[in-house]
Ligand binder design. Sequence first.
Ligand SMILES: [Zn+2]
Length: 406
Amino acid sequence: MKGIARLTGTVKHYDWGGTQLIPFLLQEDNKKQKPFAEYWLGVHPLADGIVEDETGGRQILKDIINNNKEQALGEKVNKQFGDLPYLLKAMDVKDMLSIQVHPSKKAAEEEFAKENAAGIPLTAGNRNYKDANHKPELAMALSDFWLLHGFKPEAQLLKIFEQVKEISGLKALFQPGGYETLYSRVMTMPQEEVDKILHPLVSRIVPLYKEGKLDRSQEDFWAARAALTYSGNGHIDRGIFSVYLFNVLHLKKGQAIFQDAGIPHAYLEGPNVEIMANSDNVLRGGLTTKHIDSKELLKHVKFEATKYEILKGEWHGLERIYLTKAPDFQLSSFELDPGEKAGFTAGTTEILLLTEGRVTVSDGSAKIELAPGKPSAVVFAGQKAELEAHTQSAVYRATVPVHTGE
Ligand SMILES: [Zn+2]
């Protein structure tokens, strides 16, 4: 096992994906305008990273780790997780994604065991829990990035009920019932009732959207877009309620948001780099063609106003680190000028993803060039790596947090 190696990931062509960002990173021509939604780097069974050596030999990253666990992961991560605990993605959101929530570690363990005991195959369409892990996530904007994140504070919700007259009847659920009564009701009411409430709203805002009279800071903009994207077969998607009940966030380039267990969210638009615990546990409640299970989703939602923080990262020399409380991952970035150098020592199996420019990664003897169209890089535990930029460059580093005193 070498200290550094080339790493190739897997493209996911989900139909909500954009057509430019990931084809650019991979230098693939996309004349057919196929959606390139996500590019996964890690050891997820649905997207095994491939390591390539100088002679063209190929190995699965997971096998390299399994054959040299302590050496590859480092003693601490091997002891704590026994595997690579994170998954890194480049994401390009053109059409909004499903309203979703992720379970806590404890809930995931219990529910995964329950579905196993019930004999529901892992690949079944109605299977909710794909593994026994939680899935906290951090998304960092590569340019303007819009998302729904958690419940609005009470005062803002009341204002919405006043401004959007078609849904003002929901106020009677919120007061005195609170977030739980309100959200449980809109997520479980019969479809005819959803249609009855939302039809007048959609009829009013869709023409405004089409005339370009709404902007992205308005809930109406996203609700109209959702209606156009997801309300096929004469029904209106109940996910539209969430657009009004959740915080609409706008992240600018370099800003990030952490999504912990229980925070309902949905990505609306924009390119980002996302890192998460290595899990696929997603409970969905609308704005999607995938499996929806509102009851299961409601079991995991934290029914309270969501206090959120838009992370700007902390600078440690040339490295901008986005700290979260998740033990499974840490994301940082290096934005380097031509000729600029930066270095680090890998704490575990680390992955480097370049989004612009050209950078050489060196372990002292071997060198790997990162550039659009070239593989990414993996750096194994304990290895010192030096980055040198040849043009204006941006490189993302996926690792685990360093806990001192252990
Ligand atoms: Zn999510």
